[in-house]
Design a protein around this ligand. Structure first.
Ligand SMILES: Cc1cc2nc3c(=O)[nH]c(=O)nc-3n(C[C@H](O)[C@H](O)[C@H](O)COP(=O)(O)O)c2cc1C
Length: 444
């Protein structure tokens, strides 16, 4: 379009210039030819008006093309539309039967919004499967983060079931993660269902308001008693949360997160495996209903519009934007970092418990007006180093913040008061994640 407009302008301009440069013609007595001068003025005027018309036409075409691209890429709609409908109809109704709490389960956090869950529903139980085809590859080589995501879904499911008068008894599968498992579904938990009087936990109401917040946080500390309350909410004999609020610890943790991000983007496999889950256009979002969207990236409105209007960025561009945001926003505007610790990060039950704890903590933070974002790059690099049998320095660096031996970090995040609202991320349909027939599964 720009080429057409430029071409039209150049043609009109060259026509005009070729007429202007000529001397007026004279008759045989040497007098200027009046008629010719009149003609020249008319021609100039015609050229100017046709030039304006061409420019106006080209401008209109350019605007139409821009408008089409803006519409096609969802510039004005933002995070709205059918891919976001689950955030509205998440309560379901009694007609859903035992499926009802699944609508809340689907709104849980998951790594790169992979939504790696499948649910089999019967009259007496819900079986939660890891849909291991929805993995992050070398970014999550043991599928540890995948199981944290399943823990997040289980936590929402339990809260919603209780609100609807369904009692739950969660039995988590046990085992140790192996490297790069196959894509077949694997059982993560069985949840026996019963009846109980409905109980409305305040965390239940926070389910549709929770979202990962990647934008800037205010320079405002969080009261220590508030942090203690959040840690106590999820602590157990096999799970601990530590918070880092003092300036020195925060600066060291921030530097570690930035360094881990640099390692990830320098690793071509990790970079590509992450990129597969980045959704850049609204068509992508509508058809896939998963992944990390431009809208949820936490950049300014102007940058979001620019990113949507430009041609699809490649993995290297996305990596650069991610690193810049990690340095300038995520770590630079974090009044508090936190870490979830478990005895063994590659133990399945520990991973699911950590996911449940994160979802609970994030819901409680949301209910208190706090924003939160996982920043789990250091643990992702620990896993990658272990997969490749490479020496690792991130484990020992994080252990210093744990302040106690016998615990392994499995999840790093930041908390704070956000400067502005963050949008939701898309979700798949309920039908896509529910199966009525038992699945052919494999063990770990
Ligand atoms: C185990 C796990 C690890 C995650 N790691 C990151 C991370 O490093 N950086 C980030 O911005 N978000 C991270 N997230 C957040 C997900 O990207 C987010 O939950 C997902 O995109 C869905 O968005 P929502 O939480 O707003 O619903 C992580 C989530 C989980 C469960």
């Amino acid at each position: 379009m720009r080429t057409i407009a430029t071409l039209a302008a150049v043609c009109a301009a060259s026509l005009a210039v070729s007429s202007f440069g000529r001397r007026p013609q004279r008759d045989r007595w040497g007098r200027p030819r009046i008629r010719a001068a009149v003609n020249l003025a008319e021609v100039q005027e015609a050229i100017m008006s046709s030039r304006k018309a061409v420019m106006a036409g080209a401008g209109a075409m350019a605007l139409t093309a821009l408008g089409y691209r803006a519409w096609y890429r969802g510039v004005f709609t933002g995070a709205t539309g059918p891919a976001y409908a689950s955030w509205e109809d998440w309560r379901g109704s009694g007609l859903d039967g035992n499926r009802r709490p699944l609508r809340a389960a689907m709104l849980a956090a998951s790594p790169h919004n992979t939504q790696p869950w499948l649910f089999e529903v019967s009259t007496s139980a819900i079986t939660v499967y890891a849909d291991r085809s929805r993995h992050l590859g070398s970014f999550d080589p043991f599928r540890r983060e995948m199981h944290l995501g399943l823990g997040c879904a289980i936590e929402n499911l339990v809260l919603a079931a209780r609100a609807f008068g369904i009692a739950t008894d969660v039995q988590v599968a046990d085992g140790r993660f192996g490297v790069s498992p196959g894509p077949q579904p694997a059982i993560a938990a069985r949840i026996a269902l019963g009846a109980d009087p409905p109980f409305r936990d305040p965390l239940f109401d926070a389910i549709p308001r929770r979202r990962t917040h990647r934008g800037p946080y205010r320079d405002r500390p969080i009261a220590p008693e508030r942090l203690r309350g959040l840690a106590d909410l999820v602590a157990s004999p096999t799970l601990r949360v530590v918070f880092l609020a003092d300036a020195v610890a925060r600066s060291e943790m921030g530097a570690l997160i930035v360094e881990a991000t640099e390692r990830i983007i320098a690793d071509p496999d990790m970079s590509l495996d992450s990129f597969r889950w980045i959704r850049t256009g609204s068509r992508d979002v509508l058809t896939q209903r998963d992944g990390v969207t431009i809208d949820a990236a936490g950049t300014s409105r102007l940058k979001t519009v620019a990113a949507k209007m430009l041609p699809n960025p490649d993995a290297a561009t996305i990596d650069r934007i991610w690193l810049d945001a990690t340095r300038a926003t995520h770590t630079a505007t974090a009044p508090v970092f936190g870490m979830i610790l478990v005895p063994e990060r590659l133990d399945m039950a520990n991973a699911i418990a950590a996911g449940r704890a994160w979802q609970r903590l994030h819901l409680a933070a949301t209910a208190q007006g706090l924003a939160a974002q996982p920043l789990n790059q250091p643990v992702e690099v620990i896993d990658r180093n272990q997969m490749l049998g490479r020496q690792d320095e991130f484990g020992s660096a994080l252990a210093i913040f744990a302040r106690e031996s016998g615990w392994e970090p499995t999840f790093v995040f930041r908390l704070g008061y956000a400067e502005r609202e963050a949008p939701h991320s898309p979700r798949r349909l309920l039908e896509d994640v529910v199966t009525t027939a038992p699945l052919a599964t494999v063990g770990l």
